[in-house]
Every structure is written in C-alpha cells, then in structure tokens.
Design a protein. Structure first.
Length: 259
C-alpha cells in the first residue's frame, strides 16, 4: 500500500497537468484561433492559472519523486556504506576479543616499517601469551578460557597509549604495536604490562602470568622477519620461564623479556 501511494499521487499530478493544458489550449483557441478579442481577459487568467498551477504541480511531482525514490535510494546507499564498514571491520577484527586480527597486524607492521625507512621513525612491538592456557581450558573449561582472553584483550586496550594498537595473533597470543618508541622502551613497557596482568584477578577468579617479548622495528625488516623475531623472543621467554627459579636479563633487540 505504501509503495503504490506515491504512484497514485504522481498520476494525479499528471492528470492535473493535462487539465491545465486543456484549459490553456481553450484560452489560446478562443483568443488566437477564433480571434475573440472579448475573451482576452479570460485567456490571460487561464494562462496565469496554467503557468502557476503547472509550476505547483511540477514542484509536487519533484517532491513525490524525491520522497518515493531519491530519498530511499540515499538511505539505502547510507545503509550500504554502513554494511560495507561493518564487513570491513569483521575482516580485520578478531571475533572473540574484539581487537585487531593477524591480517591487520601484518598490514600495520608493513606501514610502520615504511615509516622507519622513509622518516627514520621509531617503532616497536610486544608479543605475549598466557602461561598455562591449556591447563586453564582443561580445568576451567573452554568458555572460561574464552572469557579470560576477552578480558585480557580489554585490559591491554585500556593499558596501551592512544596510538598503540592491540592484536590477537592466534590462540592465547597477543601483540601490541607501539609507534614512536625504541627497543629498551618497549622492554620496560612489557615489564609493566606483565606486572599489571599478574596483579589482576580476571573472571572466574583466575590469575595468570604471561610471557612477553619485545623488539624494535629496523629499516631492513619485512613483516615476516620482524614477526619471526618477536615469536622467537617469545619462545625464549617461555623457555626461560620454564626453568624454575632462573632469573635472566632481557636479550636486547632479540626480543626476550624476563618472565
């Protein structure tokens, strides 16, 4: 019913234009073709009615067309843009934790490498994973593990600076890309993050520790080589942590941060 109403109104405006055209033709016929001078006043009035009424009906037609077609098209285009944006967010966002995913990490690392090469800028990144995540899933259940990862992602997002970005690499592994800091600053940041995580009680009463690596982006890096260095540093940190009671110093730019 709502879709047919504009068509009915538009048809009525066409009928009105046809009637006005007939009225104008009658005035023209009497004044010019039949050469009736006495009808000049009537013909002039008819002309004014035709012009004024025609303009009014044309304006009404434009309004009907806009409301029935152009307006909805504009709204549909806006909704389509919103849908495109939602789809784009889904392609770069991890569904569980709502932080950026691995594909977005690689894209952002490439961008920071270009900044380092072109502008001699500084940039670094951290990579961390939860110690004993498999045990948590087995003893507390997968849902508890999912809640822990989501909470950890929120903690990281709150803790980092405004221009830092948080990513979920895979499983229980996260990364933080931090522009404008060097390797030693990243290592200090990693220590602070690890201490804050260890002091936090998450849902289900869980307390966890994390292993962390930190590395500075170099001009000769590619996304693959840089992320490999981060992963190797994380493996070193986890291995050192598994050596009971052993304390060690950070491995500089190789990436391992004390656990």
């Amino acid at each position: 019913m709502q879709r047919t109403r504009p068509a009915v109104f538009y048809g009525l405006t066409l009928l009105g234009l046809a009637l006005l055209f007939a009225l104008g033709f009658m005035g023209y016929y009497d004044l010019i073709l039949k050469n009736k001078a006495e009808t000049a006043a009537w013909a002039a009035q008819a002309g004014l009615i035709v012009v004024g009424g025609g303009l009014l009906l044309l304006a009404l037609q434009a309004l009907i067309v806009f409301r029935a077609f152009i307006g909805p098209l504009a709204r549909d285009e806006e909704r389509l843009d919103e849908l495109d944006e939602a789809v784009r967010r889904l392609t770069i966002t991890d569904e569980l934790t709502r932080v950026y995913n691995r594909a977005k990490l690689e894209e952002c690392v490439l961008r920071e490498i270009e900044h380092v090469r072109r502008y001699k800028a500084k940039a670094a990144a951290l990579m961390l994973d939860v110690d004993g995540m498999g045990d948590i899933n087995r003893t507390q259940g997968d849902r508890a593990g999912d809640r822990l990862l989501a909470d950890l992602a929120r903690l990281l997002t709150r803790r980092v600076r405004k221009n830092d970005l948080v990513f979920r690499w895979r499983g229980d592994t996260f990364a933080v890309l931090a522009p404008h800091i060097d390797g030693p600053q990243a290592e200090r940041f990693a220590r602070k993050l690890r201490a804050e995580i260890a002091a936090t009680e998450f849902q289900d009463g869980l307390r966890v520790s994390v292993s962390v690596s930190a590395a500075q982006i170099e001009a000769g890096d590619t996304p693959d080589t840089f992320l490999l260095r981060l992963r190797e540093g994380l493996e070193q940190a986890a291995a050192k942590r598994n050596e009971a009671g052993e304390e060690f110093e950070p491995a500089g730019e190789s990436g391992a941060v004390p656990a």
